[in-house]
Design a protein around this ligand. Structure first.
Ligand code: 9MR
Ligand code: 9MR
Length: 586
């Protein structure tokens, strides 16, 4: 033994750790921490779920050498559940490798990793999660490993639902709409949700293109001359293009079965599929994504000939359709009152479209330099700053405005200082409140964050804080964004690392048809589950309680807390890659 950093109590701790040797490798519920790792130069905090812990120790994995000792923070009481915690901050510990953290005299011992690029594998797996969601194509073993599967849902025969009938394409007309990603644990494709998902991934590329140029994730296109991220996005972009009616520029709201299919393999699913009603929300989401894609793929004219122009033309046509049909709200109940068959799959209905107008108009304006796409009533100065979600997208527009702030048309560049002030105020209010939280994360600062898909709120809030960091250069925002990644990977009240395949306590039974119906014990990896949701709309048995941050159950019946979805994975991909680039110095 080396006795380098020893004090009396440290010695006691080591004996305690020795006594605990048998449990040292098993996850302990009394410590909540990021189960993937900590950056050598980054902040490092774990949470003890006890009031009693005054000191903590870091030892080698054989428990022989104590390398660091510290004093835990004050007792904090969770505003969400009343739980009492104490934080161990060991940011000053900068050794690389695997170590053990423990409390003297307590059954709380955990191993952890410190390194320079601890989240790269996770980020790549989360992006690979999109490959696993690919529709209409087989996933060969060389890319999908043990989760390989034959092609399902060719989507070459799609019926126009009566709600979507037009002169050129009457009810029953057959069109083709293959490819794209399965939305979630179900087998349908929804344009609105594809909107924020694809927009988030495109934004990641725009923000970190230098680092992403050569990042490979072993997909069939990995050897082509396009970054893998853009190849994966293209899989969905091409499908989205097929959702536009070329005759009028309108965009169908979704491509879906009438009812959710049962838990069958993709290749065994045979229910009839439809495109359903064109909607203003679909047209605007489509326009935003296509306008952004136009400028991103314009950098690769040889790899994707003509694509950027097609995207921009399609965006403009969808925008024109929306201007001519500004109030077509998707209301499934109403639709079912007028048309057959009834459609009972995800609705992604949104009755308030000012934010979609702003987002589409902003992306068009940035790509074309034509300020007339920003409509007077929905100017950035009149909409609030919120955490972006599928139904609330104005912040997506702000991100693009900030990213392109030095190249904006002078007619709109003037809005940036005011917008920036409001944005920083919002980020600040989150930052200030975070310090008092039981797990020390921004996610806990507002109980309204705990909705269906709360984990995506967490990731999206992390992204927002990263923009605050980029705008201000203040590292505390970057560090708080990392706290939210810590939350997703285990520093939370359930102790789950919510990404399949990552961590010692991780979902094994997500509401995900491909995972549930294959022969593998482990679910498809790299997928973020929805997370705690006190709404518990699935009425599954097994929720431990209804505290906002604890209402989670790892059961396949729990679509309200344990489904996976593309609009949840996309912000995880963004957050994990961005933090990886920021902390590993790539
Ligand atoms: O599997 C469906 C999931 O993708 C949806 O998010 C969820 C809520 O719309 O519905 C799931 O489907 C369930 C349906 O709503 C009710 N019958 C059982 C279905 C499968 O659990
Ligand atoms: O993510 C959606 C959530 O915000 C809604 O509250 C919920 C109920 O309408 O639907 C969620 O989206 C589901 C979609 O309707 C169908 N595919 C699965 C999605 C994730 O559960």
């Amino acid at each position: 033994m080396k006795y380098s950093l020893f004090s009396q109590s440290a010695l006691a701790a080591i004996f305690t750790c020795f006594a605990m040797r048998s449990v040292a490798q098993a996850p302990s519920a009394a410590i909540a921490m990021n189960q993937t790792g900590f950056y050598t130069s980054g902040p490092k905090t774990v949470i003890f779920l006890t009031e009693e812990a005054d000191n903590f120790y870091i030892t080698t994995t054989d428990l022989k050498d104590t390398l660091f000792s510290g004093i835990t923070g004050p007792v904090r009481v969770s505003t969400l559940s009343g739980r009492k915690t104490r934080a161990a901050d060991f940011s000053g510990f900068r050794q690389k490798g695997r170590f053990v953290i423990c409390l003297p005299g307590m059954e709380a011992v955990r191993t952890f990793t410190v390194g320079d690029s601890v989240h790269f594998t996770l980020a790549a797996a989360a992006l690979k999660g999109f490959y696993f969601q690919r529709m209409s194509v087989g996933l060969p073993e060389r890319y999908a490993g043990p989760w390989h599967r034959p092609a399902g849902h060719p989507d070459t025969i799609i019926y126009v639902h009566p709600s979507a009938a037009s002169a050129e394409r009457p009810a029953g007309f057959v069109l083709s709409s293959p490819g794209g990603w399965y939305d979630a644990g179900d087998y349908n494709k929804y344009v609105v949700n594809s909107g924020i998902t694809t927009g988030t991934l495109l934004s990641l590329y725009e923000d970190y293109s230098r680092q992403l140029l050569y990042s490979r994730i072993n997909i069939p296109e990995s050897s082509n001359r396009l970054p893998d991220l853009l190849d994966e996005i293209l899989w969905n972009l091409r499908w989205m293009l097929s959702m536009q009616d070329p005759h009028d520029g309108g965009v169908y709201h979704k491509c879906t079965t009438a009812e959710f299919e049962g838990f069958v393999r993709p290749e065994q699913a045979t229910d009839r599929r439809y495109v359903v009603q064109k909607s203003t929300a679909a047209a605007l989401n489509f326009a935003a994504v296509m306008a952004q894609a136009a400028r991103v793929y314009a950098a690769f004219p040889e790899q994707t000939p003509g694509l950027a122009d097609s995207c921009l033309n399609s965006a403009k046509k969808a925008w024109a359709w929306a201007l001519a049909h500004p109030d077509v709200i998707y209301d499934q109940g109403k639709l079912n009152g007028s048309f057959d068959p009834d459609i009972n799959t995800g609705s992604y209905g949104d009755g308030r479209l000012a934010d979609e107008w702003l987002w589409a108009g902003t992306e068009l304006c940035i790509t074309t330099s034509d300020a007339s796409f920003l409509l007077p009533g929905v100017f950035p100065s009149v909409l609030p700053v919120t955490i972006q979600s599928w139904s609330d997208v104005q912040t997506m527009a702000y991100f693009s405005l900030f990213r392109h702030r030095d190249r904006l048309n002078p007619d709109i560049a003037g809005i940036i200082p005011g917008l920036r002030n409001r944005f920083m105020q919002f980020a600040d209010s989150i930052a200030i409140a975070s310090a008092r939280m039981a797990f020390g994360t921004p996610m806990e600062t507002d109980r309204r964050n705990f909705v269906w898909g709360s984990n995506a709120v967490c990731a999206n809030q992390g992204i927002l804080l990263l923009y605050a960091y980029q705008l201000s250069g203040e590292k505390r925002y970057r560090d708080l964004a990392l706290s939210n990644l810590d939350y997703l990977l285990g520093r939370n009240a359930t102790g789950y690392s919510y990404v399949t395949g990552f961590g010692t306590r991780t979902p094994m039974h997500p509401h995900h048809r491909p995972s549930e119906t294959d022969d593998m014990k482990e679910p498809v990896p790299g997928l973020l589950v929805g997370g705690p949701n006190p709404g518990q709309q699935d009425k599954c048995p097994g929720y431990p309680n209804s505290f906002p941050d604890e209402a989670y159950v790892d059961d396949v019946c729990s679509y309200a807390s344990n489904e996976i979805a593309i609009n949840w994975n996309a912000p995880l991909v963004y957050l994990a890659f961005a933090l990886e680039f920021l902390f590993s110095g790539n």
